[in-house]
Write a protein that binds this ligand. Structure first.
Ligand SMILES: NC(=O)C1=CN([C@@H]2O[C@H](COP(=O)(O)OP(=O)(O)OC[C@H]3O[C@@H](n4cnc5c(N)ncnc54)[C@H](OP(=O)(O)O)[C@@H]3O)[C@@H](O)[C@H]2O)C=CC1
Ligand SMILES: O=C(O)C1=N[C@H](C(=O)O)C[C@H](O)C1
Length: 271
């Protein structure tokens, strides 16, 4: 098979740079373009130089339309507004779109679902193997335990993160809700402050910590009578997300239109 031509959007971001470095190491992939925000100071710079590698001969561009027309896939860790615009463009170009961006609203999700009618989209709040395996375990444990076990999701990320709770915390909360057979939209508790009253049975609580350079830590606690089960994941390097996104792009190459998850990519959907 020929090398897969990939576009990275959000090229100058923490994840964009990590994905570019990971693509440079993969002999079956070629970075055909790197896109950043229009007017950003990265525009025009050589992509290799941007990520601390020898020059690629590919300048960072703001022209996504031309880039998508000449590619088979796009990897996107940006912001919600950008991801929905790129989903429409990727749908037009009929190329695979891997979306790692978090903090999407219900309206954004609906737009992505609409785009997925025309091209394959793999979207996940966490692209790592470890977290997706953890989600399967959380679902399994939640299926076994009843409301005597209170479920709480605790996450910590670096100080620059702009959304809360994290996409991963929501993914894990959803796995717990699914395992228990309840709806996260009605059972989720996202803030506690002041005189809250006692915890309601069946609540799924979320707690958010921000600080320093923490890549991403998640802990799902099942707190029962006189015992507690904790399932945790600690990300030590953003490379785990980049490798997952690349695996998703390879998996989505030539696949029929649809909205897929990392559980589909990793073969974990039936757990
Ligand atoms: N699913 C997963 O596994 C993971 C998801 N994430 C998520 O990915 C997203 C990005 O994270 P991170 O890399 O840390 O954030 P950064 O802020 O470092 O990077 C985001 C990049 O997107 C760029 N950007 C914004 N708008 C556009 C646009 N219209 N076109 C092209 N580029 C654009 C920004 O440029 P500028 O600053 O110039 O506007 C910035 O360079 C977040 O939502 C995060 O939660 C992160 C890690 C793993
Ligand atoms: O913003 C980040 O950094 C991360 N975001 C994702 C999330 O919101 O869960 C994934 C990872 O934890 C890092």
């Amino acid at each position: 098979m020929t090398q897969m031509r990939l576009v990275v959007v959000g090229a100058g971001g923490r994840m964009g740079r990590t994905v570019i470095r990971a693509i440079a190491e993969a002999p079956d992939l070629v970075l055909s373009a790197a896109i950043d925000t229009a007017g950003a100071d990265t525009i025009g710079r050589d992509v290799g130089e941007l990520v601390g590698l020898p020059a690629f001969g590919v300048p960072v561009s703001e022209d996504a339309l031309t880039a998508f027309a000449a590619a088979e896939g796009v990897i996107d860790f940006t912001i919600p507004q950008a991801s929905i615009a790129y989903a429409a463009l990727a749908a037009q170009a009929r190329i695979a779109h891997v979306i790692g961006t978090t903090g999407l609203s219900a309206e954004d999700e609906a737009k992505i679902e609409a785009a997925a009618r025309h091209a394959p989209i793999v979207k996940s709040g966490n692209m790592s193997l470890g977290v997706n395996l953890l989600a399967a375990l959380v679902k399994r444990v939640a299926r076994t335990l009843d409301e005597d076990f209170d479920i709480e999701v605790v996450e910590m990320h670096h100080r620059a993160k702009i959304d809360a709770p994290s996409g991963t915390a929501l993914l894990l909360g959803r796995a717990a809700a699914e395992g228990r057979g309840v709806d996260l939209d009605t059972q989720g508790v996202f803030t506690r402050h002041g005189h809250t009253g006692a915890r309601h049975p069946g609540d799924i609580g979320f707690a958010t910590l921000r600080g320093g350079t923490v890549v991403g830590e998640h802990n799902v606690i099942f707190a029962g009578p006189a015992e507690r089960i904790e399932l945790a994941h600690k990300a030590e390097d953003r490379g785990i997300f980049a490798r997952g996104a690349i695996a998703a792009a390879r998996w989505a190459r030539g696949r029929k239109p649809g909205l897929y998850s990392m559980a589909d990519v990793l073969g974990l959907s039936d757990i």
